[in-house]
Design a protein around this ligand. Structure first.
Ligand code: SAH
Length: 214
């Protein structure tokens, strides 16, 4: 089986390879910026949610575990940027996955912002019903019932594509899939108990994460 070096001199092959790989600091810069934007989007909502009393909470030990995993997975890329701890799993960064990943990060952050804006004071980091909680079915909640989780999934796909590290790249995706798998049903049960027929009607006309699919 002929290889690339059979057709091109080694020096030329080296040049071709160099053109198709990027400096990993491009990925590190993008992830740093994206993490910062995520914190900036969430911060005012986190701050405001502390001022709205919780009427009913379903924050059990599973929730604590899921939130801890999600936080740890959020910080992993920052550790990868700051220290050589995960260097053993690095691989070369290529422009096509990098650009596709950047697009996913932008789309994920936009949807993350829109879902926070539409939920308003009804947002909680965990399974809680707030005082005067309203069922939101407008804005991005008209498309799917869990646009914030969809945003986190799109963001984590972006991270997996941008971060050239087999361990750190997919880590946020693993945490978010776990969160979705274990939280979606209890959350929908809580919403059904709270809003009854209105939530039933909402579930009848919307899908969970992907419009028209699931
Ligand atoms: N699962 C949603 C919201 C995540 S935040 C999403 O992915 O977009 C979690 C909290 O949001 C829950 O504790 C619940 O109180 C609240 N919530 C979820 N869906 C809601 C809706 N349609 N209207 C109002 N509050 C909602």
């Amino acid at each position: 089986m002929p290889t690339l070096t059979d057709w091109f001199p080694v020096a030329l092959t080296g040049t071709v390879m160099d053109l198709s790989t990027m400096n990993p600091w491009c990925a590190k810069g993008v992830i740093l910026l994206a993490s910062l934007v995520m914190v900036v989007i969430r911060a005012p909502h986190g701050h405001r949610s502390r001022t709205v009393p919780v009427a009913r909470s379903r924050k059990g030990s599973l929730e604590l575990v899921l939130l801890t995993i999600a936080w740890a997975a959020f910080f992993l890329p920052l550790i990868w940027i700051a220290a050589p701890l995960f260097e053993f799993a690095d691989y070369p960064l290529h422009p096509i996955p990098f650009l596709a990943g950047c697009l996913c990060l932008v789309l994920g952050l936009w949807l993350f912002h829109r879902s926070h804006a539409d939920l308003g004071t009804n947002w909680s980091i965990t399974l809680e019903v707030r005082d005067k909680h309203q069922l939101i079915t407008h804005g991005v909640y008209r498309w799917v019932r869990h646009p914030m989780y969809a945003a986190l999934l799109i963001y984590s796909a972006g991270q997996a594509l941008v971060v050239p590290n087999w361990l750190v790249g997919p880590s946020y995706g693993v945490a978010i899939v776990l969160l979705i798998v274990l939280r979606l049903q209890p959350e929908e049960r809580m919403m059904r108990d709270e809003f009854g027929k209105d939530y039933e009607a909402y579930t009848a006309r919307t899908k969970r994460l992907i419009p028209g699919v699931w």
